[in-house]
Ligand binder design. Structure first.
Ligand code: PHE
Length: 457
């Protein structure tokens, strides 16, 4: 190990690394974002494209990020500097750091909402007369000026505090307990939700595709963006985490494990949300508030509902925290190395800037709701730019870098695949399948693909 690296932290154990990567992947993306994006894009057909994106694009790129990070033992930008000095691949690193700023800025806002709901249940729950009022309660809260900022601040302070102390070991330990608890709770709630009377509608919404939905090119972009967001992919989070890993670990199993867990979480949370959506007569396309409007209705009708509500939002906030930490870590690791800042200084400054950057996203729902871009409020616009554009673009560059920028034999050896059929399929995917698919989805969503195809017909 060289001088620079001699004081880099390493994970406690193989389990620690996998848990941290899983902690990064599992978060608001699986429950909040997955449910509303699936709802907005019509359900099953979207889900199918989403799964295809995970398998054909997501898993291969997870492997690429792990491989790059472990090999380079540096942050998102430094890894490219080290492995390909003077080459343009490094833009993927800069885009990653930029994505960390953008995503965490609005992620902190939504995570703040979950902390608020956790406290509300802790102090007895919501006083409403009927389920329909949960929508009013939620909208009243997120459109107010100061209250959401307070919860966002609290959440960001926690995130910064943990990255400040560099206590990845603490995260490893807490993930080990809290994530399985969240999984158990989501499964129980899904089981209950399925008894509410909306089960058959929900199951056909989620699993029997309405193929006509596939005519809308935006469905593909939404699915691609959701896959990247949920897997924490395309911005160097997994490069950074891979860099804390020593050479003894086997990467392919870890990549598959992370993707499987993340996807399982999303599907089960769909089974928790959508039966209730239909049972309560909520519109699945209602947007980002879906979870916050639907779940309180469940907690209202279940025995010990307040306790369930408290446990659920506590665990969801904890899952959001481990994701937020990985986002902040991408930027902080870069600033520590690049400007020789201390970890403490970097977390405070970078975290503080990200908090401030998130303030307009929060205000854009209430007092600044006149400000929109292409019909999206500020938060949605931030999300769109980062998740649907920057992450897939970053992923595209990472795939090309690994597929074309490395000697194939090195890539196979460094990834632990070795010269196997699977390894060769992986390289093939990175070289052709993933880049072409991402490129076509981009083209389609801008309308250009239709234009080009029109020329040939
Ligand atoms: N994957 C996280 C979630 O689902 C969000 C995230 C995106 C984290 C990108 C890190 C990097 O909540």
């Amino acid at each position: 190990m060289d001088q620079l690296n001699s004081n880099r932290e390493q994970w406690n154990s193989r389990l620690g690394f996998i848990l941290a990567a899983m902690g990064s992947a599992v978060g608001l993306g699986n429950i909040w974002r997955f449910s509303y994006v699936t709802g907005e894009n019509g359900g099953a057909a979207f889900l199918l494209v989403y799964l295809l994106c995970i398998i054909a694009i997501g898993i291969p790129i997870i492997m690429a990020e792990f491989t790059i990070g472990r090999k380079a033992q540096s942050d998102a930008v430094g890894s490219f500097e080290k492995l390909a000095p003077g080459k343009p691949w490094i833009v993927a690193g800069f885009m990653g750091v930029a994505s960390a700023f953008i995503i965490l800025s609005f992620y902190g806002v939504v995570a703040g909402w979950t902390v608020k709901y956790f406290f509300s249940y802790l102090t007895g729950g919501f006083a409403v007369e009927n389920d329909a009022q949960y929508g009013d309660v939620f909208v009243g809260f997120i459109t107010s000026t100061y209250e959401p900022l307070l919860w966002q601040f609290l959440f960001m302070a926690l995130t910064i505090g943990i990255v400040f102390m560099g206590v990845k070991k603490g995260i490893e330990a807490s993930n080990k307990i809290l994530m399985p608890l969240l999984a158990i709770l989501v499964i129980i709630l899904a089981g209950y939700s399925l008894t509410l009377g909306g089960a058959s509608e929900a199951l056909s919404f989620l699993f029997s595709p309405d193929w006509s939905k596939l005519a809308d090119p935006n469905v593909y972009l939404a699915a691609l963006g959701q896959a990247f967001f949920s897997l924490s992919l395309g911005m160097g989070a997994l490069i950074t985490y891979g860099s804390y890993l020593s050479n003894k670990e086997k990467l392919p199993g870890a990549a598959l494990g992370v993707a499987t867990l993340d996807t399982g979480f999303a599907i089960i949370s769909g089974l928790m949300i959508f039966p209730a959506v239909f049972a309560f007569g909520i519109n699945p396309g209602d947007g980002p508030g879906l979870v916050f409007v639907t779940l309180p209705g469940i907690f209202d009708s279940i025995a010990f509902g307040t306790l369930f509500g408290f446990a659920f939002f506590f665990l969801l906030a904890a899952a959001a925290l481990s994701s937020a930490i990985s986002l902040l870590e991408v930027a902080v690791a870069y600033f520590i190395r690049k400007f020789s800042w201390s970890r403490q200084k970097a977390s405070l400054i970078v975290g503080g800037v990200i908090f401030l950057l998130g303030v307009p996203s929060s205000l854009g729902i209430g007092p600044l709701s006149d400000i929109t871009f292409f019909g999206k409020d500020i938060l949605d616009s931030m999300d769109f730019i980062a998740s649907n554009i920057l992450l897939p673009l970053g992923g595209l560059i990472i795939a090309l870098f690994m597929g074309w920028g490395w000697k194939k034999s090195d890539a196979l050896a460094d990834s632990d695949f070795g010269d196997t059929a699977l390894g060769n399929a992986w390289i093939f995917t990175l070289r052709y399948v993933a880049p072409v698919a991402i490129f076509l989805i981009f083209l389609a969503s801008t309308g250009l693909l239709k234009l080009i195809l029109g020329l040939f017909s």
